[in-house]
Unconditional design. Sequence first.
Length: 37
Amino acid sequence: AIDGGKHKIYETKIWVKEWENFKEVQEFKLVGDVPQI
């Protein structure tokens, strides 16, 4: 994701029940910034 010109890495845990066509975000957290090249 890009926030104010800075690239950030996020980790997301999603609960998927394919037999019910169901998806739900369980956890969403910032892992860190990506160094600018």
